[in-house]
Design a protein around this ligand. Structure first.
Ligand SMILES: Nc1ncnc2c1ncn2[C@@H]1O[C@H](COP(=O)(O)OP(=O)(O)OP(=O)(O)O)[C@@H](O)[C@H]1O
Ligand SMILES: [Mg+2]
Length: 248
């Protein structure tokens, strides 16, 4: 479904992604594991196309030069130069690291805003689905999103992404800063989404332990370079992965 070949991303002369390739089959959950500044967000922004926007903005203000090499194919089409909104239309949706919400709007309004391209019947079905997935959100539906806790906001942002009816969901560090309990809630929800909708999911994380059990395949990156790949079980059994990415 997604084929990334020899991706290189430079910020000025600094190499953030170095010859990175990966493949994602439909319906799979794929993880990209890497520590701070490994290149996870750069990869997600490149997959979603946001980096094209950043590149243009930087050019306009005479800022740093961002250079991209390599190709991204989605559903057999080359989307390397396709604009981010067009990638969303094709079904690729990114939940950014600390994804922005509309803090002054309440939770349901946020979901509806996210679903603005859908028909109204689909919007209400979408909202219902999000509440079934995250029952905790039901009693918070009228709360201003800015007053939700970190975990509740993360549930909301995943809900907002689902409102777009994606074919492929990109999650950039969805467990960041959450308690182990909340991490489990999110991992269970991600498994449920895949089981119920067959959605293809690519997820980045710094800590591998909570997510390796649910993934089909994982890639370890260090300094923008692929250092290891394998099934969830292979990576879980690997002593180097355990030492570096299992946390304390
Ligand atoms: N806009 C930018 N300009 C210059 N360098 C950048 C820019 N964005 C990222 N970098 C650099 O690229 C490298 C990869 O950063 P990136 O944010 O992709 O890592 P990450 O794996 O998401 O890290 P984190 O776990 O902290 O979120 C880092 O060395 C970072 O400093
Ligand atoms: Mg990041």
């Amino acid at each position: 479904m997604l084929e990334v070949s020899n991706l290189m991303v430079f910020y000025e002369n600094a190499l953030a992604l170095n010859d990175f390739s990966m493949k994602v089959e439909q319906g799979n959950i794929i993880a990209i594991i890497g520590s701070n500044s490994a290149g996870k967000t750069t990869l997600m922004n490149t997959l979603s196309g946001l980096i094209l926007d950043t590149k243009i903005k930087e050019q306009r203000k005479g800022g740093e030069r961002i250079t991209l090499y390599g190709t991204i194919r989605f559903e057999s089409e080359d989307i390397t130069n396709v604009q981010p909104y067009d990638r969303v239309k094709r079904g690729m949706v990114l939940c950014r690291e600390r994804h922005p919400i509309f803090p002054e709007s309440d939770l349901v309004e946020n979901l509806k805003i996210a679903g603005y391209l859908q028909k109204s019947s689909e919007v209400s079905a979408g909202v219902d689905y999000v509440f079934r997935l995250f029952p905790t959100l039901v009693r918070l539906k009228s709360r201003k999103a800015g007053f939700l806790s970190g975990g509740e906001q993360q549930m909301l942002t995943i809900g907002m992404a689902l409102m777009v009816k994606p074919k492929m969901l990109l999650l950039d560090e969805p467990l960041l800063g959450l308690s182990p309990l909340m991490q489990n809630t999110l991992v269970d929800a991600i498994k449920k989404i895949r089981a119920e909708t067959g959605l293809t999911i690519v997820i980045t994380e710094q800590f591998a332990r909570p997510i390796l059990p649910m993934i089909d395949h994982g890639y370890i990156i260090e300094n923008g370079m692929l250092t290891m790949e394998g099934s969830g079980i292979e990576l879980m059994d690997n002593p180097e992965v355990k030492a570096a990415y299992f946390g304390v």
